[in-house]
Design a protein around this ligand. Structure first.
Ligand code: FMN
Length: 358
């Protein structure tokens, strides 16, 4: 039996296999409302029908300031949470788990989606001033306002309230987006955090924002809900957030109640060389898996069933996440099962006449 198709349980939740859909922004809300639309239902529902063990919704803002663009999904109010219920209900009916990635873009907020414009959103189009640990801008973006210490505590509470709404909306799993140069990563990285209050300084102090979010979410959602953290495990700069620091912070998150680390990389700054190629982030995830007792996921250019199986067989990694390949083939998990010779019992009944080799 292929490991890729073994189930895995985190707390009370069991994923039918180890193929998870990576979070992918769709920028497809009505301008400014943050309410998931029919697009989200069909897009996420299709990937659940395609046989994934877990479908993760895109980075969803915990506060309006935290949207990347005015078309991002949110969960800072109850209308948004109510709309997400339709998505979680459908995903549940397919036998997949539903997850939401909670996010805050920090200084990388308020830009156009690629098909509506370029660069920072103009005030006439509803643009806003981003917030960040310091007032230094991401190149090409609007200068952010530095969060006061009081603002940081209020922001932690935004994440906790968003997590409560997510559970009320039926999500099985919650992920905290601490990667790709967004707000949590801006606290973690010494490149973007020169604060002198309790949220800046040593690694553990830079991690306080994240650790307080994880602990707060754990206390708010109880023991049944898995809490994941997506890290950029390196800034690809010696003076940035490093793999060693990532392992240290992951352990602090474990103590605070996190269950799985989803390992990505980069995004804090431009001008660094990010390696690319099949499975380019696997070595980072493998290192983290050696350091923590929690489960670990890898992501990035994993496009082939045998490649995915080999990663699980030869590293301590527990989960394969797929992103872009699932945009061109929502049924990738069902195809992977066929290619690995595994018989799965979750072909949708409506689709059985399309089963391989017909
Ligand atoms: C359209 C698109 C949107 C994305 N949005 C997010 C996001 O909301 N949150 C996130 O952590 N990563 C996001 N990513 C990164 C993916 O989750 C994934 O890590 C990346 O695409 C590498 O995996 P892949 O090679 O399988 O696509 C996005 C990627 C794409 C292609």
């Amino acid at each position: 039996m292929a490991k890729l198709f073994e189930s895995i349980s985190l707390r009370g939740k069991t994923s039918r296999n180890r193929i998870w859909i990576a979070p992918m922004c769709q920028y497809s809300c009505e301008h400014q409302d943050g309410i998931p639309s029919e697009w989200h239902l069909v897009h996420l529902g299709s990937r659940a029908l395609g046989g994934a063990g877990l479908v993760m919704c895109e980075a969803t803002a915990v506060h309006p300031d935290g949207r990347i663009s005015p078309w991002d999904t949110g969960i800072w109010n109850d209308d948004q949470a109510a709309a997400w219920t339709e998505v979680t209900n459908f995903i549940r009916q397919t036998g997949a788990l539903s997850a939401i990635q909670l996010g805050h873009a920090g200084r990388k907020a308020s830009i156009y989606r690629s098909w509506s414009g370029e660069g920072p959103v103009s005030p006439a189009d509803g643009g806003w001033q981003p917030v960040s640990p310091t007032d230094e801008a991401f190149p090409g973006y609007n200068p952010p306002r530095e969060l006061t210490t009081e603002d940081v505590y209020a922001s932690i509470d935004d994440w906790i309230q968003a997590a409560k709404r997510a559970v009320a909306a039926g999500f099985d799993v919650i992920e905290v987006h601490a990667a790709h140069g967004y707000l949590v990563h801006q606290f973690l990285s010494p490149i973007t955090n020169q604060r002198t209050d309790e949220f800046g300084g040593s690694v553990s102090k830079r991690a306080t924002y994240l650790v307080d979010i994880v602990a707060g979410i754990r206390a708010a959602v109880g023991e049944e809900i898995p809490v994941l953290v997506r890290f950029s495990a390196t800034d690809y700069r010696a003076d940035g957030f490093t793999l060693d620091q990532c392992a240290e912070v992951a352990k602090l998150c474990e103590d605070a109640g996190a269950d799985l680390f989803d390992i990505s990389s980069g995004g804090i700054i431009l001008g660094v060389t990010i390696p690319s190629g099949p499975g380019y982030q696997v070595p980072l995830a493998k290192e983290i898996a050696e350091e923590v007792t929690s489960a670990v996921a890898t992501v990035g250019q994993i496009t082939d069933a045998k490649q995915a199986e080999e990663i699980l067989q030869t590293t301590g990694i527990d989960i394969i996440m797929i992103g872009r390949v699932s945009l061109r083939d929502p049924y990738w998990p069902l195809r992977a099962a066929h290619e690995l010779g595994v018989e799965v019992d979750y072909w949708p009944n409506q689709y059985t006449r399309g089963k391989y080799p017909n």
